[in-house]
Design a protein around this ligand. Structure first.
Ligand code: OSB
Ligand code: MG
Length: 370
């Protein structure tokens, strides 16, 4: 595959409702899309960076700079036998995983189309549907949260994740556990606590949670290993895992019993697959996390969730939870059993709505190989 052209677009998309986490609230989403041309085919992917460096150090702005000045020059006009060769082309780049994932994943879409296979199958996936959960943002009161949870439980989602932060935690989770004694529940703190909160965090053990996601500092695996020893609840690392070596460090230190894999955060499908293979061998369950993606990012998340070892419901949920109108067709739908069917068409398996994308594009830049 010769990389003939790359287009980076920035779209402004408004979420149906603001999504609040311990690091802030998101309503307007700046969606960065990569459109990559190779061998006459077009591949699509999404750069999942947030608007500010609140989740990880990347932002919509930094990833655009890195794509333009570092990543495009490293691949434009070059020939790749497989998208799995992209990490070697970026071996000189430190960090900027989400930007790297944007380029690599678009070439995976091309490769799958060329092989006439669904991306899920090309990556090694075997299932034809995936189990789905939802992530529910911080709410104004336990009562409001209870209403939100009731809607998602009724829709069939197999796991409900509640965002927490100091001051909006124990009494919220307790209210939900009382109303829904049998629902599979987890919490996500997005690094809102410190080790001095250990006694406080132990009180979550009574809620029988599936996991507690990233309670401590985003960049501190060792601190999580200390906390995990004190908790019955399983810790699941999100922010702390950038690559398979982080996964191995975390598992060997006993810092995590479950890993959240996000394609952007780990740098793309190749790195995600390294983590998946490691965790499968170590019996560590994985699941696919979300970054409030548009349909393009969601389609990649669905493909990766089909791999062995993705045994827990992911944060991969229906398009209509996020957007009035999504940029893919058909939109992602969830069955009453809380599952998404994996498309069986070649490539991403969804039609990308270019006209809609053009209409919502506020910045666009194209680079062509000579
Ligand atoms: O920590 O999983 C997270 C959204 C933005 C940034 C970080 C996270 C999240 C979510 C939402 O929890 C996942 C989704 O529904 O896309
Ligand atoms: Mg998380």
């Amino acid at each position: 595959m010769r990389v003939e052209a790359i287009t980076l677009r920035r779209l402004q998309m408004r979420l149906k409702a603001p999504f609040e986490t311990s690091f802030g609230s998101t309503h307007e989403r700046s969606v960065l899309l990569i459109e990559l041309q190779a061998d006459g085919l077009t591949g699509w992917s999404e750069i999942t960076a947030m608007e500010a460096p609140t989740f990880n150090p990347e932002t919509v702005g930094t990833s655009a700079v890195i794509v333009r000045h570092v990543l495009v020059p490293a691949v434009l006009g070059k020939v790749f036998g497989s998208a799995s060769e992209i990490p070697a082309a970026f071996a000189h780049v430190r960090g900027h995983e989400m930007a790297r994932a944007g380029i690599e994943n678009a070439l995976w879409d091309v490769e799958a189309q060329q092989a006439n296979k669904p991306l899920s199958k090309l990556l090694g996936g075997a299932k034809n549907e995936i189990p789905c959960g939802v992530s529910i943002g911080l709410q104004s009161s336990p009562e409001v949260l209870r209403e939100k949870v009731a809607v998602e439980v009724a829709a069939g989602y197999q796991r409900i994740k509640l965002k927490i932060k100091p001051g909006k935690d124990l009494h919220y989770v307790s209210a939900i556990r009382k109303t829904f004694p049998d629902v599979t529940l987890s919490v996500d703190a997005n690094s809102a606590y410190t080790l001095t909160d250990q006694e406080h965090l132990k009180r979550f053990d009574e809620f029988r949670l599936l996991m507690m996601e990233q309670p401590l500092w985003w960049d501190d695996i060792y601190a999580h290993s200390k906390l995990q020893k004190a908790l019955q609840t399983s810790i699941c690392l999100d922010e702390s895992i950038q690559h398979v070596r982080d996964a191995a460090t975390a598992v060997e230190l006993g810092a995590t019993r479950i890993i959240n894999v996000k394609l952007g955060r780990v740098g793309g499908h190749s790195s995600a697959r390294d983590i998946q293979a490691y965790c499968l061998a170590k019996n560590i369950p994985v699941w696919c996390g979300g970054m409030l993606e548009s349909g393009v990012g969601r389609a990649h998340n669905i493909a990766v969730s089909s791999l062995p070892g993705y045994t827990l419901p992911g944060d991969v949920s229906a398009s209509k939870r996020y957007w009035v109108e999504d940029i893919i067709e058909p939109v992602v739908e969830v069955s009453p059993q809380g599952t998404i069917r994996i498309p069986d068409r070649p490539g991403l398996g969804y039609h990308v709505r270019r006209e809609l994308i053009e209409r919502w594009t506020i910045e666009k830049e194209t680079w062509r190989a000579r």
